[in-house]
Design a protein around this ligand. Structure first.
Ligand code: NAD
Length: 263
């Protein structure tokens, strides 16, 4: 198998990576950073998000799997002590039969310097930096709301347990093909009004945000961020691409939610 390891920059994660290389080398596994069949991350969810953005051009032929070296992650869900067992499963099971695919957010940002596209595994956000963000939000080309507040978060189903959850958004099972739009501290009074709850768009819908001209805004895609003074439009929809996770062990999303947030 051709694979690559992306590690968090700490000694424990780097030592585990060396251990993995030593375990699989006798079995003919090869490090191939250009065209890996498997991207193994060692660190936290942030490490997996980083790896995802590094390999977004190979999503259809690459599987992702994460080992956590801190607390249990949502994406990085293998324990370091399970590494030998993981290698055994890699040697005996067919990777392609263990793949599950999760939806992503497709993003297009139009600014005074041009248009750029991204995919988000968790979410993208648009936030005011020094003032309230004022923006028109359209759903399927029709005006939905004139928004005023800190910002807007648009998340994937697997990202619904991240920033979206802190905003009071619903947790969505990753088999649902949709995106969720959550308000970040909207202003609601007798003059300004927004919905106040998050909404879920199905696969064939799209959302566009048109910020008022000349606002300093922070734009984020997962762990990446940039600031802009003139954003014309942010467009989001369910992406055609998906991320492929390799699930060698039985996995239920709702168990992961319970383990992470309840007990
Ligand atoms: P990070 O890598 O330190 O991650 C922050 C926390 O979010 C970690 O505890 C991580 O385990 C958790 N996390 C990441 N993805 C998750 C998911 N899908 N479900 C549940 N928990 C998840 O932080 P970073 O590198 O700056 O940004 C990465 C992510 O942090 C962003 O994609 C965003 O979702 C999240 N974030 C959350 C908040 C918030 O909850 N208030 C604010 C900003 C960013």
């Amino acid at each position: 198998m051709d694979y690559v390891i992306i590690t968090r920059d700490d000694d424990k994660s780097k030592r585990l990576a060396e251990r993995f290389h030593a375990l699989v080398k006798p079995h003919g596994f090869r490090v191939n950073a250009e065209q890996p069949e498997l991207v193994l991350t060692i660190g936290g969810d942030g490490t997996l998000l980083q790896a995802f953005h590094q390999y977004t051009d190979r999503l259809d032929s690459t599987g992702f799997l994460g080992i956590h070296t801190g607390h249990l992650g949502f994406y990085a869900d293998w324990h370091p002590e399970q590494m030998e067992h993981l290698v055994h499963l890699m040697l005996t099971e067919d990777l392609e039969e263990k793949v599950v695919s999760y939806p992503l957010v497709s993003i297009e940002l139009e600014t005074s310097s041009g248009s750029k596209k991204w995919l988000a595994l968790n979410e993208c956000t648009l936030k005011g930096i020094d003032h309230t963000m004022v923006a028109e939000i359209k759903l399927n080309d029709e005006l939905f709301v004139q928004f005023r507040g800190d910002g807007i978060c648009i998340s994937s189903p697997s990202g619904s347990t991240a920033y979206n959850k802190s905003l009071g958004g619903a947790i969505i099972h990753p088999s649902f093909e949709g995106i969720q739009i959550a308000e970040i501290a909207s202003i609601n009074n007798r003059v300004f009004r927004s919905l106040g709850s998050s909404i879920l768009l199905p696969e064939h819908h799209h959302c566009e945000i048109f910020p008022r001209a000349q606002q300093n805004l922070l734009f984020t895609v997962d762990q990446l961020s940039s600031t802009h003074h003139e954003i014309y439009k942010l467009r989001c929809a369910v992406a055609e691409e998906k991320i492929r996770f390799v699930r060698y062990l039985p996995f239920t999303f709702w168990n992961r939610v319970r383990e992470a947030f309840i007990e």
